[in-house]
Design a protein around this ligand. Structure first.
Ligand code: HPA
Length: 280
């Protein structure tokens, strides 16, 4: 175990050194873009774009709907680093690997993580295309990226999760949604399941009973590492489908991607507005 955690630490530090040499400035905000939501990257004036494949120790994305680029630039006058494409537990990665980019970018000076994902709606008030601001989460992955020896210089052994999603950022997101005229934006609880199979009707009912408003297969490992590293976190889910346990319909990946892509322009406007309200 010691060997594995030493290797992980070494990989993180080597990757951070590689990127530190290339970054033209310190990006304060990490923007991680999820399924069907990668197009925001085009709004960024790129100072640097590196394909994941060219970054030492970076995992490689195996999912066709995710591009794999790290982009440094400015969005609404804020220095950002965009992760265009993420890694998932269901691809076979450990949660340490999934969250590797966040750990590296935190060591390079990032202070805020803004992430997006596509999720299945469990709250019957949702419609396909609704945007949910994540207020809290349920980690049903059965794995935690912080397991194993703690690197004390990276963060505390037992990170507090009483307010995992930054209250001030949630307020900024709600105000920004109002400013953008987006009516369907509400806060909710996100549950992460391992996947890749989608939920049965019984699982859907149970997840709802557990208090979840939306279900997906991502993001929580990254959130846990970001919190451990002291970053402020904002999570936005696009509800790509709504799952009714009493009338469960087949959930098709194409529909998830299409609905997320339809909601993408709204989400992009929202994120640009939110970023502009984060202090420099
Ligand atoms: N379940 C799990 N993950 C998802 C879903 C879903 O219904 N929709 C988008 N990601």
């Amino acid at each position: 175990m010691e060997g594995y955690s030493d290797r992980h630490r070494h990989s993180v530090e080597a990757c951070a050194a590689f990127l530190r040499d290339r970054f033209p400035f310190v990006p304060k905000i990490i923007l991680q873009l999820g399924t069907g939501l990668g197009s925001l990257a085009e709004k960024i004036d790129p100072a640097l774009l590196i394909p994941y494949a060219e970054i030492p120790h970076f995992p490689q994305s195996t999912v066709a709907s995710h591009q794999g680029n790290l982009i440094v630039g400015h969005l609404n006058d804020r220095p950002v680093v965009v992760l265009q494409g993420r890694f998932h537990f269901y691809e076979g990665y450990s949660t340490k690997e999934v969250s590797f980019p966040i750990r590296v970018l935190s060591l390079l000076g990032a202070q805020t993580l803004v992430l997006t994902n596509a999720a299945g709606g469990l709250n019957p008030l949702f419609l396909p295309g609704s945007i949910m601001i994540i207020r809290d989460h349920l980690n049903f992955l059965g794995e935690n990226p912080l397991r194993g020896p703690n690197v004390d210089s990276w963060g505390p052994r037992f990170p507090d999760l009483s307010h995992p999603y930054d209250q001030a950022l949630i307020k900024i997101a709600l105000d920004s949604a109002q400013h953008c005229g987006l009516k369907k934006v509400i806060t909710g609880v996100y549950v992460c399941i391992p996947g890749p199979s989608l939920e049965t009707a019984a699982e859907t009912r149970w997840l709802r009973d557990c208090g979840a408003d939306a279900v997906g297969m991502s993001s929580i490992p990254e959130v846990l590492v970001a919190l451990h590293a002291g970053l402020r976190v904002l999570g936005l889910s696009v509800v790509s489908n709504v799952n009714d346990p009493d009338n469960l319909q087949p959930i098709l990946l194409e529909e998830i991607i299409d609905t997320a892509a339809l909601a993408a322009p709204q989400l992009e406007r929202l994120i640009v507005e939110i970023i502009g309200r984060i202090e420099k």
